[in-house]
Design a binder for this molecule. Structure first.
Ligand SMILES: *Cc1c(COP(=O)(O)O)cnc(C)c1O
Length: 385
């Protein structure tokens, strides 16, 4: 079935016993056994699996066109479980622009376990290819990236990796953080990625009321390992949060269309404003790698970043004058949010690292909600004036 149908029905069919048309929230920690070693139903202990999470995982797998999905307590918990596939001595190859929390996980956590990180010079498949080594066990990508919306060719990278073997004789796993486009607009597994990671906190949840994360995968062996880490590490999604995510994702296709429409409107407006230095929006025909929007996506998320002319004081003035758009970290909710990446999402990066990748002090990230575009533009106009 098509995406919008799956969003409503996958993992959310009526309960066979009661006929309830929504998935009941299973507030339960353990399940009765009939005899030693014999479960009564499919579940044993709720960390290992429970009806609420099971239903959500079916929904998420369907949305990503994956065989399997695994739900975690946050996007970072999902990424952490994925990184547990690595062993000491392994190397991760990644891109210059990745989520600040992922950068922190690589450089301040994984490094303790003798797992090294190599960053490609540019977000280009050739640059990734150039730094692959006999130690490379994972290639970690993000497109469009947070916060500069850099587009990266996932399919071509998958092609390059197909014939590459590290010294263990294995192909490095291609991982894509698909948080920004959401499964509505990009499905990395269909482009050749091995694992998709999500912060469900953003578009999938969509209402700024839940923290959650997920992995999607089709390879049975990789799935079994991830499932083992999900249970062993235990950073699982709670039943209530599973419910909120499943409720949210039913409207994902509708919401994404409106987020996209508002992003185009805001980007056009910002591009023409005299107090704006630069606008980052992949929908512009002259945006670097714009061809990838058609090649690997079916739409754009409601994200626009821009640089204000002037210093940090000008930026502070802009934020202080907003009346409708809310200054807050995070993105992907129905309400428009804006943040200052240098001091929030990317504060974990050392200042010189931030500068190197273009996250300057005058950079603003805007997450367009689903409000009326006219009201959002009026607010931006007033703040920039
Ligand atoms: C927010 C975010 C994360 C982290 O997810 P949490 O749910 O906050 O743990 C990872 N990647 C990207 C691209 C994000 O925007």
């Amino acid at each position: 079935m098509k995406f919008a149908t799956l969003a409503v029905h996958a993992g959310q069919r009526p309960d066979p016993h009661t006929g309830a048309v929504t998935v009941p929230v299973s507030f339960v920690s353990t399940f009765q056994m009939d005899a030693v070693g014999k479960l009564r139903g499919e579940f044993e202990y709720a960390r290992s699996g429970n009806p609420s999470r099971h239903a959500l995982e079916i929904s998420l797998a369907a949305l990503e066109g994956a065989k399997y999905a695994l739900a975690f307590a946050s996007g970072q918990a999902a990424s952490t479980a994925c990184l547990h596939l690595l062993e000491p001595g392994d190397e991760i190859v990644t891109l210059p622009n990745i989520y600040g929390g992922t950068f922190r996980l690589f450089h301040n956590v994984m490094n303790k376990y003798n797992i090294t990180v190599k960053t490609a010079a540019e977000a280009e498949p050739e640059s990734v290819k150039a730094v692959l080594s006999e130690k490379t066990a994972m290639v970690w990508t993000e497109s469009p990236s947070n916060p500069l919306l850099t587009l990266f060719d996932i399919g071509m990278t998958a092609e390059y990796l197909k014939n590459f073997r590290n010294k263990k004789g294995t192909k490095p796993l291609l991982v894509t953080d698909n948080t920004f486009p959401s499964p509505a607009f990009q499905n990395p597994l269909s482009l050749g990625a091995d694992i998709v990671t999500h912060s469900c906190t953003k578009y999938i949840g969509g209402h700024s009321d839940v923290i959650g994360g997920a992995l999607a995968v089709s390879d049975e062996g990789v799935y079994q390992k991830l499932k083992f880490y999900q249970n062993a590490g235990g950073a699982v999604q709670s039943p209530m949060d599973c419910y909120l995510l499943q409720r949210g994702l039913r409207t994902l296709p509708l919401r994404m269309k409106k987020h996209e429409e508002n992003a185009y409107a805001a980007a056009e407006f910002l591009r023409g404003h005299k107090n704006i230095e630069e606008v980052f929006f992949p929908g512009f025909a002259d945006f670097p790698n714009h061809f990838l929007v058609k090649k690997q996506m079916s739409g754009l998320p409601g994200m626009v970043s821009f640089k204000i002319k002037g210093d940090i004081e000008a930026v502070k003035t802009f934020f202080s004058r907003l009346e409708l758009i809310i200054m807050a970290e995070s993105l992907g909710g129905v309400e428009s949010l804006t943040c200052h990446p240098a001091s929030t999402s990317h504060a974990a990066l050392p200042p010189e690292e931030r500068k190197k990748i273009g996250i300057t002090d005058n950079l603003v990230r805007l997450s367009l909600g689903i409000e009326d575009a006219d009201d959002l533009i009026a607010d931006l106009k007033n703040a920039l004036g």
